[in-house]
Ligand binder design. Structure first.
Ligand SMILES: Cc1ncc(COP(=O)(O)O)c(C=O)c1O
Length: 341
């Protein structure tokens, strides 16, 4: 299937600038396992975007970023509190439980965003040896439902976490989409808002493969180099992951890609809103759209344009736009949908 569809931003290819960068650095020999000059340069660039204390490590996947990133700061008797829709809870095949041994406690939310009021019930039992000890609150930005936390909302959760001796983790698999949506630099809604550990995504926004784990406060990464190696995420040819981020930050490629995918989602949402029988269920604040489509029509459209069912009972589907989605893709999709309704 070579057609561009709306199934996932992971289904898009790599941006040509990323491939060009990989060719550029594919010369001579470089020290392996991150001792190369490109990894040093990329880590420095992250400090420019996240602040001088940010310690950054590159890994292959977003699941690894979440799981081994949190492993650095949690022990097996700790709890991680998150939204029931969090990737950490639904789409990591129990890796957090298996590899960290932590208990994952969840709360249902209307829009993928947790609040202090929602999670308070899980933040108790401190010092009681029969009770898993609360340690991590994890939020996703932008969320799995396409919504975006404001700086104020993040600060409130971070202040609460710190007042209880907890740490705030942010799953930023789609961090660039949130930055564009908020119109803010990364630092303002991560480091400066009180986030402690950040999974910084790249793959969904134009990279071929590469994610970064960012420890935003000094000391949080003290044992991390051992954890990454045990977690099998220490790439021998690390330069091919890290150099992608050099291209990603150069000329704000990240912003160009995320602005485009967010804008395409807004265009698609506007066209869907005009169709009778179609109902958008979440605010469209990034590159994802959640929509109720009559089941039979959706099944027929899916044969040509694959996309995922989100809630079979509600007949709710997820449509994702990517850095390479075009207005023609949208027009063709909408035309087909109208025909099948
Ligand atoms: C919110 C979120 N976090 C993390 C990930 C990372 O996933 P992967 O391990 O497939 O790179 C994804 C991918 O779908 C995601 O949507």
């Amino acid at each position: 299937m070579n057609k561009r569809g709306f199934a996932s931003d992971n289904n898009a290819g790599a941006h040509p600038e990323i491939l060009k960068e990989l060719a550029r650095i594919n010369v001579g020999h470089e020290i392996g396992y991150g001792g190369d000059r490109y990894t040093a340069e990329a880590r420095e660039l992250f400090k420019q975007h996240l602040g001088p204390d940010a310690e950054v490590y590159f890994v292959f996947t977003g699941t690894a970023a979440n799981v081994i990133g949190i492993s650095s700061v949690a022990r097996s008797w700790n709890t991680i509190v998150t939204a029931s829709t969090a990737h950490l809870n639904t789409d990591e095949c129990g890796a957090p439980e298996k590899l960290m041994g932590c208990k994952v406690l969840t709360v249902d939310t209307p829009d993928g965003k947790i609040t202090v009021e929602m999670i308070e019930k899980h933040i108790q039992g401190f010092g009681f040896e029969h009770h898993s000890q609360p340690k991590i609150i994890s939020i996703t930005q932008s969320t799995e439902m396409g919504t975006v936390y404001t700086v104020k909302e993040i600060k409130k959760i971070a202040d609460y976490a710190h007042s209880k001796g907890l740490l705030l983790h942010m799953d930023g698999a789609r961090l660039a989409n949130a930055a564009v949506s908020l119109g803010l630099p990364f630092r303002e809604f991560t480091t400066d808002a009180g986030v402690d550990v950040l999974s910084f995504g790249g793959t969904k926004n134009g990279l071929m493969a590469g994610e970064a784990i960012c420890f935003l406060k000094p000391g949080l990464d003290s044992d991390f180099k051992y954890i990454r190696k045990q977690g099998m995420q220490l790439a021998s040819k690390m330069r091919f992951i890290s150099a992608q981020f050099i291209a990603y930050f150069r000329n704000d490629l990240w912003k160009e890609c995320a602005s485009h995918s967010n804008a395409m989602a807004a265009v698609l949402a506007d066209k869907l809103k005009e169709i009778k029988g179609i109902h958008i269920t979440q605010k469209v604040q990034s590159n994802g759209i959640f929509v109720i489509i009559p089941h039979d029509a959706a099944e027929k459209v899916m044969k040509q344009y694959f996309f995922y069912s989100w809630d079979e009972i509600k007949s709710e589907y997820r449509l994702m736009c990517s850095w390479d989605t075009t207005e023609e893709d949208i027009d063709e999709f909408v035309k087909l949908l109208k025909k099948e309704l």
